[in-house]
Design a protein around this ligand. Structure first.
Ligand SMILES: [Zn+2]
Length: 353
């Protein structure tokens, strides 16, 4: 919400007691880590990677996987001219990587479905990515090869240091794969995040179908700067600004949905096409209430996996790429931290999601 930077005078927001956030950085039990590596990286894959031969394949995927929508998004729709292998057919913009796997510890079938956290320790940026191949050769002195798109998103250049982690919490479960015993022995069975309970779906008319070719690739977080009731009412009105959001999260953690993920909501001018909008009930001076923060983190975790959204693509309204309202907005105000910056949002995501 808050399409104007200027604070409007209406909005009598009941003063709520400020609560200090009690949610600290998550401590990941050591037994949850299934794979971790840190060291130099390079990039690989895609039509321009002439370091791969025209028929070079991938250790984890075969041609048959191109038919599976779970995997096909990693590849270009057609093979680049003059190539037959999957290596050159990788879509360099997608987030994938290769490491020297020990298949006794991390079997192929497990890796095919795993989601890893890839971090640039020098700037704190992180993204989720999929393992696709074995490599690089040990003689290179590097520990991983990343897709060009992933390296760019994390601000990494060849021979910079990268950290890659696969944990049970992030892994997508596999039906007992042969040879998976060792993994099972060192971890609890991983489970994907479930969609948090939606208290009520109150349909907003202020939405439009997404274009089929548009992928959902970002989440935009907002502050309502008003009460739950006034927000739900405004999102149902068609005689004023015709605004909406996919989700509205109340101070007590209740989640209301108003627009289906498959449709565009009118929440972030210029960036509605590929985004999901989440409103958080609060005033300009509120920080997130604890149950609200927990509900938001759970919803974001589910959205990231459901739509394969990179973790780096969670933005505060005013900092969303493409947001085009002249003058900007004060949204999301102080909900995620006292400083109005994308770094504040990113730090909250790192600590909570
Ligand atoms: Zn907003």
């Amino acid at each position: 919400m808050a399409q104007k930077r200027k604070r409007s005078a209406k909005k009598p927001v009941a003063k709520r007691p400020q609560r200090k956030k009690t949610v600290g950085p998550k401590v990941q039990p050591i037994e949850e880590i299934l794979f971790r590596v840190e060291g130099k990286m390079s990039t690989f894959g895609g039509p321009k990677d002439t370091g791969m031969s025209a028929d070079e394949g991938l250790a984890l995927f075969s041609q048959a996987d191109l038919q599976d929508p779970k995997y096909s998004y990693l590849f270009l729709p057609t093979a680049p001219p003059g190539t037959t292998g999957l290596g050159r057919r990788l879509n360099p913009d997608k987030y994938y990587f290769a490491c020297r796997w020990n298949y006794a510890d991390t079997p192929r079938e497990f890796l095919k479905r795993a989601l890893a956290r890839v971090e640039n320790p020098s700037n704190g940026r992180a993204a989720d990515a999929r393992p696709v191949d074995w490599g690089p050769n040990i003689a290179t002195g590097r520990v991983a090869d990343l897709s060009p798109g992933l390296a760019a998103a994390l601000g990494l250049q060849t021979d910079n240091v990268v950290r890659i982690t696969i944990s049970a919490l992030q892994a997508i479960p596999v039906k007992t794969a042969k040879g998976a015993k060792k993994v099972a022995a060192i971890s609890r069975p991983p489970s994907p995040p479930a969609k948090p309970v939606i208290k009520q779906f109150i349909r907003s008319p202020n939405c439009s179908p997404r274009k089929p070719e548009t992928k959902i690739d970002k989440i935009v977080v907002h502050c309502t700067e008003g009460s739950l009731a006034s927000t739900l009412t405004e999102f149902q009105r068609t005689d004023s600004r015709r605004v909406s959001a996919h989700y509205v999260i109340d101070r007590n953690g209740d989640i209301y949905q108003m627009v289906s993920d498959a449709d565009c909501a009118n929440h972030c001018m210029g960036a509605n096409a590929g985004s999901i909008g989440i409103e958080h009930v609060g005033s300009e001076t509120d920080s997130l209430a604890a149950p609200q923060a927990a509900a938001s983190a759970a919803l974001i975790r589910w959205l990231l996996q459901e739509h394969q959204i990179p973790r780096t693509n969670i933005f505060g309204h005013d900092f969303t790429p493409g947001y085009s309202r002249p003058g900007g907005t004060s949204c999301p105000d102080k909900l995620f931290g006292p400083v109005h910056s994308q770094a504040t949002i990113a730090a909250w995501v790192t600590a909570n999601v």
